[in-house]
Write a protein that binds this ligand. Structure first.
Ligand SMILES: C[S@@+](CC[C@H](N)C(=O)[O-])C[C@H]1O[C@@H](n2cnc3c(N)ncnc32)[C@H](O)[C@@H]1O
Length: 207
């Protein structure tokens, strides 16, 4: 999986396809969580969330990890670089610091993984999370209501097809991370859905 080829166009693609909808989803609970001191943005990509995080939490140490060098470069240009540590690494292998981060953020990231890899990546992030950590995530979802379900299925199938061709994405369907997050000691604090249930924002916490 390699997001480098898409990186220069990613922001424009998001704007054309979704306007501000994904960003609203990313920011849904950002003003409600306790102020973090150590933040990990996993698979932050082109850095839509990062400047908002920097602005709201001026005291926090923020680490961004992404496997795409070009995505990291675009995110780096959106903030004062001394405020943030950028790490080019694959989160399936990155030996991150244990129990360090009191905020983990995975926006439109967990949907990149097939079930076996999803379990590995959530477990690893869980090991890096502090005992009182919060976890914000935004992602796509297939709702249960019939028409909304059909609509979401069509959109998600098109998205997976596109990212398979453009980036070599291995995953071909959405897998819920809920059971793995619970196993890692997190429970769902808040949840919001939008776009007929296609988009979800969730706040999970360990406290
Ligand atoms: C679909 S994009 C989402 C970007 C951004 N978080 C957002 O909200 O739009 C997924 C991002 O995760 C990164 N990524 C995918 N697999 C990864 C891995 N195993 N380790 C680190 N980053 C990864 C990609 O390079 C890409 O930047």
């Amino acid at each position: 999986m390699n997001f480098d080829p898409l990186a220069p166009f990613y922001g424009a693609m998001e704007f054309l396809a979704a306007g501000g909808k994904l960003q609203r989803c990313r920011l849904e609970f950002l003003d409600e969580i306790p102020k973090p001191r150590q933040v990990l943005l996993a698979g932050e990509g082109h850095g839509r969330f990062l400047p908002e995080c920097v602005r709201r939490f001026p005291e926090a140490r923020i680490v961004v990890v992404d496997s795409s060098e070009r995505m990291l470069g675009i995110a780096r240009d959106k903030v004062e670089p001394e405020r943030v540590e950028f790490i080019h690494a694959d989160l399936l292998n990155w030996p991150g610091p244990p129990q360090r981060f009191d905020l983990i953020v995975t926006n439109f990231f967990l949907d990149c993984f097939p079930p076996d890899e999803l379990a590995v990546v959530v477990d690893r992030l869980g090991e890096m999370a502090a005992p009182d950590a919060n976890w914000l995530l935004a992602d796509f979802e297939i709702p249960t209501r019939t028409l909304a379900r059909l609509r979401s299925r069509i959109i998600v199938t098109i998205l997976y097809g596109f990212f398979r061709i453009a980036c070599g994405l291995k995953a071909d369907s959405l897998v819920s991370p809920d059971a793995i997050l619970q196993k890692a000691g997190f429970s769902k604090q808040r949840r919001m859905t939008s776009e007929w249930g296609l988009l979800k924002s969730e706040w999970w916490g360990r406290a």
